[in-house]
Design a protein around this ligand. Structure first.
Ligand code: DQA
Length: 147
């Protein structure tokens, strides 16, 4: 199957950005690990990062036309602001898991609400970079067993 990993604003700064909150792995490190696991499991994985809301939305639309089967998304700050990103997921109906490196519920109140969580298959937060790997395992299960 075909899996897309989407990362939102400032995640291109991982490794440098507040390592005490987000860890020391770069986005490239994380994506390379995911791509290896997907390949081993016989799936295709592509990754896209953008700091621009419209580019993330357009990537979701493109994923629909490419018949992408599943998305792992860390929407970063757009989690807490973007009705447009929510609408893109609802429009395309591509199943997705929401991932956050940090535990958004243990942070500032403005990070507690997500515009995506209630329409996600599931949400993983607070487990650092390994959260992406765990989400990918869950995606494999969904794609291979249909739930
Ligand atoms: C984040 C949490 C968001 O609140 C924040 O704006 C981010 C990263 C995380 O992965 O912990 O940019 O999504």
């Amino acid at each position: 199957a075909s899996i897309l990993v989407l990362n939102g604003p400032n995640l291109n700064m991982l490794g440098v950005r507040e390592p005490e909150v987000y860890g020391r792995q770069t986005l490239q490190d994380i994506v390379e690990g995911l791509a290896r696991s997907a390949e081993t499991r016989g799936h295709r994985l592509e990754a896209f990062q953008s700091n621009a809301e419209h580019e993330l939305i357009e990537r979701i639309h493109r994923a629909y036309h490419e018949q992408v089967d599943f998305i792992l998304v860390n929407p970063a700050a757009y989690t807490h602001t973007s009705i447009a990103l929510r609408d893109a997921f609802q429009a395309t109906r591509i199943p997705f898991i929401e991932v956050h490196l940090s535990n958004i519920h243990a942070r500032e109140p403005f990070r507690h609400h997500s515009y995506l969580s209630d329409i996600a298959k599931g949400v993983i937060c607070g487990l650092g970079a390994s959260g992406y790997g765990l989400a990918l395992e869950a995606a494999f299960q969904f794609l291979e067993q249909g739930r």
